[in-house]
Design a protein around this ligand. Structure first.
Ligand SMILES: [Zn+2]
Ligand SMILES: [Zn+2]
Length: 117
């Protein structure tokens, strides 16, 4: 998984979601609020647990800017003024909610806790 990188980050304003495409050809739609809720920064997740939990945002958000971080991540600034989240490409894949990645989980199951690779 560590070799994965994103080849495209497309905003879908009408769906309020990103379409992400990875270097292995996998492509999926991740909602803005879903990605915001998984912000892995220490302010959102606390220190030292090593677990990223989904925290439903208090308000619906949209991304105001997206920037590359090295060749391994993107940072997203959100309309709620939160901008410290750095989302690794492989982490975004770990939270991918598409039917293939969901595995045995159901679409309505609560978003799972994730231990970043
Ligand atoms: Zn955060
Ligand atoms: Zn997927």
């Amino acid at each position: 998984m560590s070799e994965l990188y994103l080849t495209e980050v497309r905003r879908l304003p009408e769906e309020r979601a990103f379409r992400l495409t990875w270097s292995d050809g996998h492509s999926a739609v991740l909602g803005y609020d879903y990605v915001r809720g998984y912000c892995p920064c220490a302010a959102c997740q606390g220190h030292g647990t090593g677990i990223v939990r989904f925290h439903r945002p208090a308000e619906s958000v949209t991304p105001t800017s997206i920037e590359a971080v090295g060749n391994y991540a993107i940072s997203i600034a959100w309309s709620d003024r939160h901008a410290t989240g750095i989302y690794r490409f492989d982490f975004l894949r770990q939270i991918c909610p598409c039917p293939t990645c969901l595995g045995d989980r159901l679409p309505d199951d609560p978003p799972p806790d994730v231990v970043p690779a």
